[in-house]
Ligand binder design. Sequence first.
Ligand code: GLC
Length: 354
Amino acid sequence: MRSMTAMAIVSGLFACGGSTARGPNISAPLPQSATFAPGPAARPTTGVALPLGKCVNLANMLEAPSEGAWGRAFQDADATRIKQAGFATVRLPVRFSTHALAAPPYTIEPAFMARVHHVLDTNLAAGLNVILDMHHYEELFTDPSGNTTRFAELWRQVAEDFRGAPSSVWFELINEPNGQLKDSNLMAVLTPALAAVRASNPTRPVVIGGQNWSGIESLATVAFPNDPNIVATFHYYDPFEFTHQGAPWVNPVMPTGRKFGTAADNAQLIAALQQVTNFINRTGRVPFLGEYGAYDPIPEDQRVSYYHTITSAFASIGIQSCAWGYTNTFNLWRDATGWDQQLLTAITTTTTVQ
Ligand code: GLC
């Protein structure tokens, strides 16, 4: 069972100033039920933006301790089904760290690498872009400096293996830095890994998110290496007591019945938009929302409201998003009943993809 005690962080409300050129007018009265009109995808002046379009995470598949341990494994038919449902991109979380030698040369199990290749290639063949994300490297979070070399050497292998992949494959160095891996030491840990990637993939876009599970607050402090092909990301699961109510991997398990859409929830979301706008103004970078969502047992109407409100809110300032996550725990698709059509329709993205 996963434990995410420290993940139970909820964004505080931020005092906001007036509106900015790109940001929402946060001085307007807060609606009881917020509605947002999608805008065109924002363009960075620093770094690159990915033509994400509608995006979904292949959640709890290759990131589980072993594939199938946290829900069902990936099936080849998933890729075409996702493409046909209107998605342009999948984010593929992969736990390489438990499938590799602990000591030099940190060799990744060939069978696991082959499986990752197969899953990635199947999604590419379906016409999807793929974000290949290193996920759940727990030792990197408890002992960053002790794992910096191994982390880089894992990436050296992954990057070499995918050096021939088309330009629609993007790398994400590490999902949700947390624990001892903070923005203050993140660059020291990421720099050797990025160099290892660049040895074989000099220009492929590389995604980086900041500390505390890449929560919205990390946008104020995260820094980036000096590389033209970096993409910023963040995650949004606020209010956490809504999105993760009843989730067994949160310790303690939070009570169910919490609804979404109070005035405070809307204020929190509007503050988050301002935080993204501040980040864009500070860095010139346009981040994407790499994960958001609400646990499956939450009532349908509440989940629909959440997925719609979150995606359209971020789309209103030109930010694209990746839903968590397809068919495990935060289901959009169920093998027994098919797509949750209401949820599919609820997910909104920007009006242009680039
Ligand atoms: C993070 C975790 C993943 C979890 C998800 C939703 O991505 O790494 O395991 O399922 O958040 O809680």
